[in-house]
Structure formats: C-alpha cells, structure tokens
Design a protein around this ligand. Structure first.
Ligand code: SF4
Length: 183
C-alpha cells in the first residue's frame, strides 16, 4: 500500500488517477495544519470528501485545526522558501510516521502536482525522509497533469482554493508586489 499525503481535493485527482492506472493500492492522508483560516480548512475538507467518494479512496483524516502548531513550526521563518520547507517537512514527516504505523510500502504527496510549489524542495525532503526512515518515497513529476486535474475539479464542481494555505500565503495573494505595497 502507498500512503498518499493529500493537500486538497483538486490536487488529488490526477495523482489518484495515475496511481490507479498503475494498479497501486492507495490510502490518502489529510494532514494539513498549514491551512487557515478555519472556514478555509473546512472548505478543503469538504472538497476532499467529495473527491474521495468519487474516486472511492479511503482517507485518514486529521481534522484538528492546526493553526498554533503551524505557527510554532514556522516560528521566525516566515519568508519563502524557508517557511515552505518547514511546512513540507512537517506534513511529510507525519505521512511517514503514519505510513510506518500502517506498514505501508511507500509514501508520496499530491504537493508534487502543483506548479506553484517548490517542487525540488519537496523531492529533496521526500528523499531525505526515505533515507532516514527506510521507506520508499514514490516520486513522480505530476505537474504535467495540473491542467487536467484542474479541468476535472471544475467539471465536478469541487471547491478550488485561491491560495496555498497558510495565512502568509493568503496575504501574498493580495499583495503581488508586497514590498512596495505593505509599508
Ligand atoms: S505558502 Fe503553502 S507551502 Fe508555503 S508555508 Fe504556506 S501553506 Fe505551506
């Protein structure tokens, strides 16, 4: 079994389809303390519930709202990419811990599907965890399926978020030239 960390419903569609085509048994893990504020967190859970029913994939849910934990984990590292590095590490480490508990053969993440993430950083962290915990990191550059996944999400009417997840990214959404605009 492969344990797939899932960041959100729309990003899960293409990786799930690819893994299904290859015949891999998959379980999903929703663990995202980085998603804020609370109503956004709930909206993304709902979107993944829709996707998981449609794709008939079992999801392990961590539905506790992790604002404080996320802020502690990223303390004073609020600039990109350092903040994102910590955010990826936090989520992938938890995925590995759950994968080991479940005796899964491999782990991966739907973060590999987004062209807006630091793809190489995610790959490096996955490989580092693979070495340290002796569990296979399934890597594939799923960014090629980004448009396909997006179109499918639209077709299904699944909620598509407007920013990555944390409060910082929500701010950055409105401030494309933030250095000039903030002060
Ligand atoms: S921008 Fe996204 S990846 Fe980076 S810290 Fe925020 S939620 Fe995490």
């Amino acid at each position: 079994m492969l344990l797939l960390h899932i960041c959100c419903g729309p990003c899960a569609l293409y990786p799930l389809e690819q893994l299904k085509q290859r015949g891999y048994p998959v379980k999903g893990l929703f663990y995202n303390p980085n998603i804020h504020p609370y109503l956004e967190f709930k909206a993304r859970i709902q979107a993944l519930e829709t996707v998981s029913k449609r794709e008939k994939v079992e999801i392990l849910w961590v539905k506790d709202y992790g604002l404080e934990f996320f802020l502690e984990e990223t303390l004073f590292q609020w600039e990109k990419p350092k903040r994102c590095e910590r955010c990826y590490y936090m989520r992938l480490k938890k995925t590995v811990e759950v994968a080991l508990e479940l005796r899964a053969e491999a782990f991966s993440t739907t973060l590999l599907q987004s062209p807006f993430q630091f793809h190489e950083l995610i790959k490096e962290i996955g490989e580092e965890l693979e070495d340290r915990y002796k569990i296979t990191f399934f890597y594939e550059d799923w960014r090629r399926g980004y448009k396909e996944g997006k179109a499918k999400a639209m077709e299904l009417g699944v909620y598509r978020q407007k920013y990555c997840g944390c409060l910082f990214s929500e701010k950055e959404r409105y401030l494309p030239h933030r250095k000039e605009k903030i002060y």
